[in-house]
Design a binder for this molecule. Structure first.
Ligand SMILES: [Ca+2]
Length: 112
């Protein structure tokens, strides 16, 4: 019984830390597109929108442009939807189709 409580406590802690460690915009992104973990997009995590650190890639820059137009600093579902029809990396595939396929909307070498 005591071991079971300990395991539940540890698992709860890991879950809470995992959720708190995930930036809010990443949670919104993952809830909206649910990228498979083994896909290029699922493995990319922050690199879905960033080159390194806070520096944005082409897809991230398109999101930032809409955020500025809307006067917000939050990545909302509305912001994500606003760039779905764009082709940020100009590889001939719209961002939404890349996101659905689990490929990278900012990398022209990654496409369905
Ligand atoms: Ca691509």
């Amino acid at each position: 019984m005591r071991v079971r409580c300990y395991i539940i406590l540890v698992l709860t802690f890991v879950l809470v830390v995992g959720v708190l460690a995930t930036p809010k915009h990443m949670v919104t992104f993952n809830r909206t597109y649910s990228p498979p973990k083994d896909s290029a997009l699922g493995k990319a995590k922050c690199a879905a929108c960033h080159v390194k650190g806070k520096e944005l890639n082409l897809y991230g820059k398109d999101l930032q442009k809409v955020m500025r137009e809307k006067g917000t600093k939050d990545v909302t579902v509305e912001i994500l939807k606003a760039v779905e029809s764009l082709d940020s990396d100009k590889d001939g595939v719209a961002n939404l189709n890349e996101l659905k396929a689990g490929t990278l909307p900012a990398d022209s070498k990654s496409k369905p």
